[in-house]
Write a protein that binds this ligand. Sequence first.
Ligand SMILES: Cc1ncc(COP(=O)(O)O)c(C=O)c1O
Length: 392
Amino acid sequence: MNTDKIRQEIRGLSDGKLFFNNAGSSLMPNIVVDSMIDYLRQEEQLGGYEVANRNAELLDNCYAETARLINCKPSNIAFMTSATEAFAKALSSIIFEEGDTIITTVDDYISNQITFISLQKRLNINLLRIKKLENNELDLEELENLIKEHHPKLVAVTHIPTNSGLIQDIEAVGKICRQYDVLYLADCCQSVGQMVVDVDKIGCDFLTATGRKFMRGPRGSGFLYVSDRVLEQDYAPILLDMRGAHWSEYDNYELFKTAKRFEHWEVSYAAVLGMMEAVKYANTIGLNTIENYNRKLAETLRTNLKNSSFKVLDIGKNLSSIVTFCGPDNDLENIQKVLRENNVFFSVSYKNSALIDFTDKKVDGAVRLSPHYFNTLEEVEKVSEVLRNSLL
Ligand SMILES: Cc1ncc(COP(=O)(O)O)c(C=O)c1O
């Protein structure tokens, strides 16, 4: 991997900023922005329908490129405007009835938790969260027991939670779900683009992802993976449109075969194209290479922070490129001020974003630095020094 070349291909880095907010919204490669602008310029001249017709082959290739990223077929991919849209469409295809059980984790994403609570309020769904072991890993034995006892309609696990460096063992969860034939959704919003994500190994029925984070695509892009198993059983979003089905009789329709049935007809093709360029960029470098490099950056950062007596809040056997911490006295405010003054891009989350996790950790929130493969070890040292000096 040629980091110098990669950095030259990011206009956003030209002012010397220290960009560590890839878990929020990353910096796009130039090719992503240029291809989107070029596409919009065509729409400006010809109107969107004509441009889509002329670029049909290119747009079709977006499915193949994205499929390559997660090791599936193009027919398993549906483009979305966000991970949340993907999640909502997937859930809407499941017919929940009063008393059905959903199993999730205490670390799952805030919006996913709110959706589950909404289902609990409206449909009297039984919401269960898998307990964690002492070492912060999921208690898989408990998961198996919960499945045997409650026969859940769905198991949903966030691969990398937004507010902790944890990587959940979604492959082990997948094995159990397959064994008991339970629908399984993996929220891979923070892991796709950051590391190798392989649906064949995960064994999930749905996988949700967004474009703007570690994938380095534009805002308003994302995708949903839908397994063949689910497609063959005619799962489809409850509010289906003509993208999903052929209106065959006055009061009937025939579902289309592929995961495209989870899309709506109208999409921003400029955003889809931008995301495809971002995916292609990552595929060309190789997700294995990206994952190994990212691990080194994050490990160095965590070690530096610990050595400077910051409270690093990431606990787990496998940790990701999301580094969360607060000051020795739980400070968040002074850290933010110092980072801003030094042109460091970061994010901060407060208690309600990870209500259970932050309550257990007895903190009011966390500062989050999320390095990615265009960052260098020198930059990690620079940001570590800025933080070290903030304690003097
Ligand atoms: C783990 C996780 N899931 C889902 C989402 C939602 O993604 P989006 O905002 O693209 O809908 C996020 C966003 O931060 C996330 O971190």
